[in-house]
Design a protein. Sequence first.
Length: 230
Amino acid sequence: MDFNTLLSIFQTPTAPFGVQDILFSISLSFVLSFIIGWVYKDTYKGTTYLQSYVHTLIMMSMVVAVIMLIIGSNIARAFSLVGALSIIRFRNAVKDTRDVGYIFFAMAIGMACGTRFYGVAVVSTVFICFILWSMTKINMFAKDIREQILKVRIASDMSYNHLFDEIFRKYLSSVSLIAMETVQAGMLLELVYHVELKPRVDVQAFLNEIRQKNDNHKVMLIQGIYEFDL
């Protein structure tokens, strides 16, 4: 059996594409989604990076390409696939909204490859990836966030009302006590403040002066408070 005969086995008289088209669409979607995954990895900020997520992006792009090849221009086939896929339930919550954007990005490239809009797929991938990579590297739209959470531990028998007033006036634009909690079997009192640092403040000096006042107990400054579940 020669190669042409083998190809004819996989082709049907009504199919608008051959094995070569299938392999090319899947291969192109893999290459383009690989670029998307690399940009995602290179621009990711945080501590919850998942290799499996990038693998999923690549797999999703290739699978969507296959789905689009199957659907073609057949409306009935499209509705049947929608019904079949509707039984899938995703349980993993996506914490970073940027991850959702990359999912749609990979799906769109898979759709373009599956419908054989190869030029659209290539140009879109290169251009959008360049934009995403550039925005991250130049830190576009970054905001100077000075509102933070300060946690200070003091001995339970210390008076905290005016203990840090002088330091707060020196380093902070605003401060408010938002919580108190006893720790270590009531031996220590943990104070939680919502603070706003003055511009160009030496954070290390600020924390050192607080430690001098609280007998060198634990002091913690949480930056980027809107990214944490407190």
